[in-house]
Ligand binder design. Structure first.
Ligand code: NAP
Length: 276
């Protein structure tokens, strides 16, 4: 990366809290490897209005948006891409000449993470009914999957999600009625430090199926471990995290971007910082 100078571009990740964000590591590794004169810094603020004012005032050209601002930022932008609108969440803002446009690259990250997995007319169980579940449901619907929605604590939300994406709500006692080709965990259940938890009993995971866990701390969740033991394939949320970040750079720089070892950079950081 060139030395920081008056022409260095500032990019940002905004959220609250933001201290544990891996975005600065990912994006700054990318700038260093590609020789791009830019630096990403993290900004924490409970007020999305203040953060958007800062984006405009400092001419921040690329902003990664994380919790709790992915929905509340929408009315403050000049334009929102159609996919982000359908999902109802923006995780990326590109600033071109003072005009702020919102995108959702989580969905691209998710799609790339499960690339090669057959989806058309396949049975997919989505666990959870928040932002990540909506993003997954959007993509799975586009690809023609049969969507089944379950949320252990609040089934009402799973019913609403089903309705929005033409899925079928599944109560806890009905989970065994369908054989799932793909299971998507879109809840934080099993995340560090609660690594002994799993959002789904292993009996529902069939051999030959695929389990995608949106969680990336730990790198191998209990759900993933049990999926492997059941003869299924397990995919970590780390892939999604990296791919959604690279898609943010693609949108900003307007060119194709290859994943040149960035997953390993984050994997190493996570292996050193967290208990697996
Ligand atoms: P969210 O909007 O808060 O949704 C979480 C969903 O999980 C809610 O429907 C919640 O429903 C449900 N849930 C079920 N059991 C829960 C429990 N024990 N504790 C908390 N929630 C529970 O969050 P999100 O944005 O969808 O994110 C979900 C997970 O995905 C987080 O762990 C986040 O870190 C991860 N994520 C990863 C990536 C990536 O790049 N890999 C990207 C985005 C998000 P109730 O509260 O009604 O139970």
């Amino acid at each position: 990366m060139p030395a920081i100078s008056a022409s260095t571009k500032l990019t940002a990740v905004i959220g609250n809290p933001i201290r544990h964000s891996l975005s600065p590591l990912l994006h700054n590794s990318f700038y260093a490897k590609e020789g791009i004169d830019a630096v990403m810094l993290a900004f924490e603020n409970a007020s999305i209005e203040s953060l958007v004012t800062a984006i405009r005032a400092l001419s921040i050209e690329l902003t990664a948006v994380t919790l709790p601002h992915k929905q509340s930022i929408i009315p403050l932008l000049d334009e929102v891409d159609d996919v982000a609108k359908s999902i109802g969440a923006v995780n990326t803002v590109v600033n071109r000449g003072g005009k702020l446009k919102g995108f959702n690259t989580d969905v691209v990250g998710f799609a790339r993470s499960i690339q090669g997995v057959q989806l058309k007319n396949k049975n997919v169980l989505i666990l959870g009914a928040g932002g990540a579940a909506r993003m997954a449901a959007y993509h799975l619907r586009q690809e023609g999957a049969n969507i089944f929605c379950h949320n252990n604590r609040t089934m009402e939300d799973a019913r609403a999600l089903s309705q929005d994406f033409a899925g079928t709500p599944v109560e806890a006692e009905e989970l065994g009625r369908v054989e799932y080709d793909l299971i998507v965990n879109a809840t934080p259940v099993g995340m560090t430090p609660n690594i002994a938890n799993s959002p789904l009993a292993r009996e529902y995971i069939r051999s030959g199926s695929v389990v995608f866990d949106v969680i990336y701390t730990p790198l191998e969740t209990r759900l993933m471990k049990e999926a492997l033991e059941q003869g299924a394939r397990a995919i970590s949320g780390l892939n999604m995290l990296v791919e959604q970040g690279l898609e943010q750079e693609r949108l900003w720089l307007n060119r194709e971007i290859r994943n040149r070892g960035y997953t390993e950079v984050l994997r190493e950081k996570l292996s050193n910082n967290y208990t697996r």
